[in-house]
Ligand binder design. Structure first.
Ligand SMILES: [Zn+2]
Length: 161
């Protein structure tokens, strides 16, 4: 048996038939396509730029590629129909980078915000004191309406001048 045949194989799901990828695996148990340089956890979905301080040809190319990819993405998003855009936003809202902890906090924040909005929209419950005050105000307003307004004249105008 050749040494190559004894190497560990990638266990990622193959898109074509759902079987295992079976390409030669790296130390993380996945092949270079399935477990490559895209990080998991807190750096998931974040472009990795190693050693930014040292500008190299490789880094420059990566930045250029990144700018081109972002422009293409922005154009694609701008051309979306409202339904497509809503679906896109929902997908991205559910998959923010930053790791499980950050996503959990974000989800709790959203939940709390929704709860506050719901509470703000709900009809307020009137307390006994509030009811008494409201009734007193209404009674005074009725009384004020019954009273005749002062006659408008030169004297009345003087008060406000
Ligand atoms: Zn693979």
């Amino acid at each position: 048996m050749k040494a190559r045949q004894t190497l560990p194989r990638c266990g990622a799901k193959r898109r074509s038939d759902g079987g295992a990828c079976a390409a030669i695996a790296m130390s993380n148990g996945r092949c270079y396509l399935h477990g490559g340089s895209t990080p998991s956890g807190k750096d998931w979905h974040r472009t990795q730029l190693k050693n930014r301080s040292k500008s190299t040809k490789k880094l420059d190319r990566k930045l250029k590629d990144l700018a081109r990819r972002r422009a293409k993405q922005a154009a694609r998003v701008a051309a979306m129909t409202p339904e497509e855009r809503a679906r896109y936003d929902a997908w991205h809202a559910a998959r923010k980078p930053g790791g499980p902890e950050v996503r959990r906090v974000a989800a709790e924040t959203r939940e709390f915000r929704d709860m506050l909005a719901e509470r703000a929209n709900a009809t307020p419950v009137e307390t006994a004191v509030a009811k008494a005050i409201r009734e007193a105000i209404e009674a005074l307003e009725r009384r004020a309406a019954r009273l005749k307004p002062p006659k408008a004249g030169p004297d009345a105008e003087d008060v406000f001048s």
